[in-house]
Each structure stands twice: as structure tokens, then as C-alpha cells.
Design a protein around this ligand. Structure first.
Ligand SMILES: NC(=O)c1ccc[n+]([C@@H]2O[C@H](COP(=O)([O-])OP(=O)(O)OC[C@H]3O[C@@H](n4cnc5c(N)ncnc54)[C@H](OP(=O)(O)O)[C@@H]3O)[C@@H](O)[C@H]2O)c1
Length: 274
């Protein structure tokens, strides 16, 4: 159903998945099972979302074999450091009811804490132990990526960062491409702030697709992996229906002009919340 992207450790990741941030714990299993039955094969979670139990339950409820579902979770800021991260990962696996995740990420670098290097070493250990098949990061910027690679020789497979038409991050994406790191876009719809813009509306008129579909297609065509969230079945269905059209070069160039460097979420250089 969805295209796969190669990872720098020899594995592959579905380019399109769905995210579980702010999905209520009580309905996460149902949302997850619905999404998987619609055709999604990647589910993006995190310890801080408070719904890992539902994430795991939804995977089981979908009836899909475990190896057909790509499962991501993330280590929260308060759990950074070597030993704490090992314990946090075990706690996540227990809540998920899984023996391993396909991708484990450091959720935020927290540069002032300065523990992300030790945290990364714990992720390397977890990969060696088979508790995480692949390891990566989220919200990292170039200096922190350079430090991880330089100090450990292990390049993250992926960096999950905020990307949407108003925050396109071209320099970071170029750095990722140079180092074989997949860019994965969070808040890909950008809170709908670009839906009514002329470039998006022009593509909507030509393709007959929705603004969300045009924007998600833009993510795919810049080469990013993308994890939109919807709690509605119709929304999940709409966000999966991206593979029967393409944006033209002119449409891609027009959407590129919407970049204003405007974030929806926190600035990773400053975000240290526990
Ligand atoms: N690593 C990080 O620090 C980080 C930070 C934020 C998010 N994330 C991950 O990225 C995922 C996606 O980001 P996000 O949840 O912030 O935002 P998003 O996917 O860009 O947008 C979700 C919002 O858009 C609405 N929506 C979904 N599909 C739509 C459609 N087709 N048309 C119109 N509206 C639509 C949803 O409402 P309905 O539910 O009503 O459809 C919801 O309000 C998260 O779930 C999480 O897994 C990671």
C-alpha cells in the first residue's frame, strides 16, 4: 500500500504512517486497529503520549502479523542518561506488550541537560540487544547530529522533526541527505495554516484532492517520511489516499515559497521540559 524508504542500517521504513500524539489513551487501541486495517503499516508513538498500552493492543487487535507493522516509540526527556534510558525502554516495551520496537528515538535533544550522547549510547546497546531494530532521534539539529556521529560512529537512521509548508527546514534536510538520515515530518499539516494559500488551493483545484492530501503529497515528493494523525476514520482514510496523483514541478516550486521558518511546536534548541 505504501512506499518504503531505505534506512542506513539496511532496514526499510514505510514512508507514510500515522501518529498517536494527543490520541486519548481510552481510544488508542481502536484508532490504531482501524488505521492498520485501512492499510497503514507504521504507528508512531512515544512514552510521553501516555497511550503505549493502546498502541500495542491496537496492533494485536488488527490481526496483522507483528512483522508487518513498523512500531516507533520515543524516550522522554526525563529519562535521558544511559541507565535511565535502558530502564525507560524496557518500561515502554512492557506497556506495548512487545519484545522489540522497529524504531526507538530520543524524543528531544535537551542540549542544556547535555545527556543526549549517553542516551544515544544506551540506544546503541538496545539495538545490540535486539530491543530496538533501528535507532534514531527526534528534534535534533545539525551540531547535535554531528556530535553523535563523531563520538559514536553510529549515524541515526532518521530524525523526526517539525516540517510543514511554513517550516520546510531545507538546510537540515540537506544535512540529512548528505549523511543518509531519513527526514520524518511531524505536525505535517501545520495546523491547517497553509490550507487556504494560493499554491495549495491551485493544486487542490487541479487534482481534485483536499488541502491535507496536497500537503501530505508534498512531503512525500520532497523525500520525507510523514506521520499525520487523525482520530476520525474518514481522516485516516483521506491521509492514506496519496498515491494516485502527483504534484507538478511548478506546484512543488510554488509550495516551496510558503516557507516562513514559522514553527507550530517548541524550538528544539530551548525545549527541555521533563
Ligand atoms: N517528535 C515530536 O516531537 C513530535 C511532535 C509532534 C507530533 N509528533 C508526531 O507527529 C504526529 C503528527 O503530528 P500532529 O499530530 O501534531 O499533527 P498533524 O498530523 O499535522 O495534524 C493533526 C490535526 O489535523 C487534523 N487532521 C488530520 N487529518 C486531516 C485532514 N485530512 N483534513 C483536515 N484536518 C485533518 C486532526 O484532526 P482530526 O483528528 O479531527 O482529524 C488533528 O487536529 C503526531 O501524532 C506524533 O505522532 C511528534
Amino acid at each position: 500500500m505504501t512506499q518504503m524508504l531505505p534506512l542506513n542500517d539496511g532496514r526499510h521504513i514505510p514512508q507514510l504512517g500515522f501518529g498517536l500524539w494527543q490520541v486519548p489513551a481510552a481510544t488508542t487501541a481502536e484508532t490504531t486497529a482501524t488505521a492498520l486495517n485501512l492499510g497503514y503499516r507504521l504507528v508512531d508513538g512515544a512514552a510521553i503520549y501516555g497511550n503505549e498500552a493502546g498502541q500495542g493492543e491496537g496492533i494485536r487487535r488488527s490481526g496483522l502479523p507483528r512483522e508487518q507493522v513498523f512500531v516507533t516509540t520515543k524516550v522522554w526527556n526525563s529519562e535521558q542518561g544511559f541507565d535511565k534510558t535502558l530502564r525507560a525502554a524496557e518500561a515502554s516495551l512492557k506497556r506495548l506488550g512487545l519484545t522489540h520496537v522497529d524504531l526507538l528515538l530520543i524524543h528531544w535533544p535537551c542540549p542544556r541537560k547535555d545527556l543526549y550522547l549517553d542516551t544515544w549510547r544506551a540506544l546503541i546497546r538496545l539495538r545490540e540487544e535486539g530491543r530496538a531494530t533501528s535507532i534514531g532521534v527526534s528534534n535534533f539539529q545539525e551540531p547535535q547530529l554531528t556530535r553523535l556521529i563523531g563520538e559514536t560512529g553510529v549515524t541515526p537512521v532518521l530524525n523526526q522533526v517539525e516540517i510543514n509548508p511554513r517550516l520546510q527546514q531545507p538546510a537540515l534536510r540537506a544535512f540529512h541527505a548528505k549523511h543518509g538520515i531519513v527526514t520524518q515530518s511531524w505536525t505535517p499539516l501545520g495546523q491547517g495554516k497553509s490550507f487556504e494559500t494560493a499554491p495549495v488551493q491551485a493544486a487542490v483545484r487541479r487534482t481534485g484532492k483536499s488541502p491535507a492530501q496536497v500537503i501530505l503529497r508534498w512531503h512525500l515528493q520532497i523525500g520525507a517520511a510523514v506521520i499525520p494523525r487523525s482520530t476520525r476514520e474518514a481522516g485516516l482514510r483521506e491521509n492514506l489516499n496519496l498515491f494516485d496523483f502527483a504534484l507538478t514541478e511548478a506546484e512543488m516550486a510554488a509550495i516551496a515559497t510558503l516557507d516562513e521558518g514559522q514553527r507550530c511546536g517548541p524550538d528544539p534548541a530551548r525545549f527541555e521540559m521533563d
